[in-house]
Design a protein around this ligand. Structure first.
Ligand code: ZN
Length: 439
């Protein structure tokens, strides 16, 4: 994943090779032609052909103008890789809402909109038709298809929570219907929906269910509602998490101390991915039947989102982060030096899909579904590029600096990029600070 490139010694190009003495037709021809001046023309031509050892070689051009010595500096090092998380952030976070209860639309969505954050809503399509979900002895009111459509249009992700919130470990569960048909129904009834993620109902699954899910979705969300269990099954997912069939999530539940989720957010900022599983959101006004399971208060949701935003985290819907993680693992950065002061950067899929990954249900390459990979580039001399351009079209590409890295959102269309470096500066690299100029 990490490519290190040492620049070739500059200017050993075809232009230089023209300076090397060549045995060419022309070099031999002067004395030969004087001698043959007396012979007939066909003989002249035949002899010339034999005398020319390399008749195809070009006639050398005059010595090219060499760039000044500072442009022909010794090699310097350029390294590049795909950033662990987008924007070069330290960690990632995803807010996920299960069950599609009405409080999500009435209470949670306005808060998310106000705080400018996108989330994932895991829905049960067969129950949306009924409008209610008999959850044990509670009848919960669910959002409508119109509400679901509005979630999508507001930039949120819709995922499957199976067709009927079935316990997939029981023999009655129709796995094909719950896992495959639920996706088809959501995509069929919601305009523009691309359903690429699943949340296991009751956090439960079987091996058969797992296999079908991984043929149907990019990733599935597992997890636990209590910290001890969450930690037992792996804790905060690592950036190289291999288990896309059960990305671990922590349930955020009513009455639980904030220190619980704060701990996981801190762990995510140290390099992981905090996936938070929310259910009911209570603003004190929505009727009880519209509330999801074990609701948290509305101010707790606000506090949670603001805490995430204060941290160095990439906050994005579950499916968007899963897609990034998967593509990053499959991608290698290749560097070349086609010209002096120009580095060519290309991304290639390594084709090494981990066993649990299914490449089939890829997200469409449209900005609302998929985010560009962030490529990090470091130059040994701490250069900044003069410009970055798409190799094929010449279109300028924006970049930014973050610490010692230059960050580029690699365009989705996969054209190579050209990075143009400045002329090596002869200025001292150390700046002497202070009015006296004392080092
Ligand atoms: Zn559920």
């Amino acid at each position: 994943m990490h490519t290190r490139f040492r620049q070739a010694p500059p200017l050993m190009t075809s232009a230089d090779t023209t300076l090397t003495p060549n045995r060419t037709c022309r070099r031999r021809s002067e004395p030969t032609i004087q001698f043959l001046a007396f012979l007939r023309l066909p003989l002249v031509l035949a002899f010339l052909l034999m005398a020319c050892e390399t008749p195809d070689k070009p006639i050398p051009s005059p010595a090219p103008h060499l760039p000044p010595p500072e442009l022909r500096r010794p090699p310097t090092e350029v390294t590049a890789d795909v950033a662990t998380w987008r924007e070069g952030r330290s960690g990632a976070a995803s807010l996920t809402f299960d069950d599609g209860t009405l409080d999500h639309y009435l209470v949670a969505v306005p808060i998310l909109e106000h705080l400018d954050v996108s989330a994932t809503f895991f829905l049960m399509p067969d129950l949306i038709d009924d409008g209610v979900w008999p959850d044990g002895n509670v009848e919960r009111r669910l959002i409508s298809w119109t509400h679901a459509q509005k979630l999508l249009e507001a930039g949120h992700e819709v995922g499957s929570h199976t067709a009927t919130h079935a316990d997939l470990t029981t023999s009655e569960a129709d796995l094909e219907d719950e896992l495959v048909e639920s996706r088809r129904r959501l995509e069929g009834l919601l305009e523009g929906a691309r359903v690429t993620t699943l949340a296991w109902p009751y956090w439960r699954k079987t091996e058969a269910a797992r296999r079908i899910a991984m043929e149907t979705y990019v990733a599935a969300r597992g997890g636990a509602g209590v910290p001890r269990l969450f930690e037992q099954i792996g804790g905060v997912p690592e950036p190289d998490s291999q288990n896309l069939d059960a990305i671990n999530s922590m349930g955020v539940r009513g009455g639980a101390p904030q220190t619980v989720w704060q701990t996981y957010i801190e762990q995510a900022e140290a390099g992981g991915w905090a996936v938070l599983a929310l259910h009911g959101i209570d603003d004190g006004k929505v009727p009880d039947e519209a509330l999801g399971w074990d609701p948290i208060k509305v101010y707790e949701l606000e506090k949670l989102v603001k805490t995430l935003q204060e941290r160095d985290l990439w906050i994005a819907p579950f499916g968007v982060v899963a897609d990034y993680l998967k593509r990053r693992r499959q991608t290698e950065v290749h560097l070349a030096q086609p010209a002096h002061r120009k580095t060519e950067l290309a991304l290639r899929s390594s084709g090494r899909y981990p066993a649990t990954d299914n490449p089939a249900p890829a997200l469409p390459e449209e900005p609302q579904f998929r985010k560009p990979l962030t490529v990090r580039i470091r130059h040994a001399q701490d250069y900044r590029p003069v410009e970055v351009r798409e190799a094929r079209s010449g279109r300028p590409i924006e970049w930014e600096t973050r610490g010692e890295w230059i960050l580029i959102d690699y365009p989705l269309e996969h054209s190579a990029l050209h990075i143009l470096w400045p002329v090596a500066s002869r200025q001292p690299s150390r700046v002497i600070d202070g009015p006296t100029g004392t080092p």
